[in-house]
Design a protein. Structure first.
Length: 106
């Protein structure tokens, strides 16, 4: 699966390489700090992103969850779980972003 990186993100990495590296290190440290496997970590992060209505993070975590072995059904389930916790508007927005990423695979 080809990796999509938004221009604003690549510009941030070019402009602030030390900050980007520190962020990468923090991400690696948090991922290694507990027992969750990479697939589960990505599904949790997807749920958090949907709850925050963070479209870019939703799209990124869908791609990364799939790369970590999640199925399309598992990814969709995360969006559905947002219904009772975050509410219908957030869940539907998240599900829409999920479906756009899944539809763009190929």
């Amino acid at each position: 699966m080809s990796e999509y990186l938004p221009e604003v993100y690549t510009r941030f990495r070019r402009t602030y390489p030390q900050v980007a590296e520190a962020l990468d290190q923090l991400g690696a440290a948090t991922e290694a700090a507990g027992p969750l496997d990479p697939k589960t970590q990505r599904l949790v992060k997807l749920g958090i992103a949907i709850g925050a209505l963070a479209e870019g993070a939703v799209r990124s975590n869908v791609r990364r969850a799939l790369e970590a072995g999640a199925t399309e059904e598992e990814v969709r389930h995360v969006a559905l779980l947002a219904l009772t916790t975050r509410g219908f508007p957030a869940a539907i927005a998240g599900l829409g972003w999920v479906e756009e990423v899944l539809g763009g695979r190929g």
